[in-house]
Design a protein around this ligand. Structure first.
Ligand code: CP
Ligand code: NVA
Length: 317
């Protein structure tokens, strides 16, 4: 019998950038999840997959998970990494983003960037001939959303039947999750305080995607409406990196959105609790919820590694 030589959907991603969840089709996402699952099960099989490849990691904000998982990820695929910490100020301060892109494309095989403006990663990617990966901007955190939905597929069967609810600040993580929810055809609900909603153009795009995937996007100010019968409850910090000056005022405004025992009791009994981390314990989530059997936050953190290894392989091989 002829061997099935059909290429996986991720094959088309070679050499491309990953700046937004919207850069990937649902077929590409699903094929990356299959690859991530295989890499998680059989890591040794891929230990030379990116042999000789060098990944630059540029951080303009702090990081534990993103730094560790990208570093471990590229090394366990046989490649190497070089790390630029926030103090190096290499993007636009010491020299222009254009000049950094034109230098690094001659020296490394891929770049991951964590910065403030989405325009910085877009402009870098425009000028560099090598793959560029968004490791978090103020606008999106696409690698996080990949790991999050990969985690959900490990626990729940048909994502189309799920109600996934994000409760808290309408931020970068919310944006990437909204786009992912729209692509998968889930019921994706976001509850934020008035004035802290996700950006309108992202909500509109998520609704367009949901219309095609038979999903739905629900936007509300009511945390109980979001929690009711949810299969997944997700929250994130009320004060993202760069917003530290607003921390005190935000702490008061967001109090009704704390994921605690009362709010979680509206969800299904087997609902998952998720958080991208770092968590501010007893602010956006209480200890009893983040430490409960429903919480999958550390599995989620580990899955950053497997999901990103799949992304690195697809883009950089
Ligand atoms: N979730 C996440 O991106 O964690 P770090 O900020 O520690 O990288
Ligand atoms: N919204 C958070 C996510 C941290 C991983 C921030 O931007 O600080």
């Amino acid at each position: 019998m002829k061997k099935n030589s059909k290429k996986p959907a991720y094959a088309k991603l070679k050499g491309k950038d990953f700046l937004s969840v919207d850069d990937l089709s649902i077929q590409e996402i699903k094929s990356l999840f299959e690859l991530a699952a295989d890499m998680k099960k059989k890591p040794k099989k891929y230990s030379k997959a990116l042999e000789g490849k060098m990944l630059a990691l540029i951080f303009e904000k702090p990081s534990l998970r993103t730094r560790t998982t990208f570093t471990v990820g590229i090394h366990t695929l046989g490649g190497s990494s070089i790390d630029y910490p926030p103090g190096d100020n290499i993007l636009g301060k010491r020299e222009s983003v254009f000049d950094v892109a034109k230098n690094l494309e001659r020296m490394v095989d891929g770049v991951m960037i964590r910065t403030f403006g989405q325009d910085v990663v877009t402009s870098f990617a425009e000028h560099a001939s090598i793959p560029v990966i968004n490791g978090l901007t103020d606008y999106e955190h696409p690698c996080q959303a990949m790991a999050d939905f990969f985690t959900i597929t490990e626990y729940k069967k048909n994502l189309k039947n799920l109600k996934i609810s994000y409760i808290g600040d309408g931020n970068n993580v919310t944006h990437s999750l909204l786009l992912m929810g729209g692509k998968w055809g889930t019921t994706f609900c976001v509850a934020t305080p008035p004035g802290y909603a996700a950006r309108d153009e992202v909500v509109q795009r998520a609704k367009e995607l949901a219309a095609k995937s038979s999903g739905s996007i629900i936007i509300t100010n009511d945390p109980i409406e979001a929690a009711r019968d949810a299969d997944v409850i997700y929250t994130d910090t009320w004060t993202s990196m760069g917003q530290e000056a607003e921390a005190i005022i935000r702490r008061n405004i967001f109090k009704p959105y704390q994921v605690n025992r009362e709010l979680f009791s509206h969800a299904k009994p087997d609902a998952l609790f998720m958080h991208c981390l770092p968590a501010h314990r007893n602010e956006e989530v209480t200890d009893e919820i983040i430490d409960s059997p429903n919480s999958v936050v550390f599995q989620e953190a580990e899955n950053r590694l497997h999901a990103q290894k799949a992304i690195l392989y697809a883009l950089m091989r």
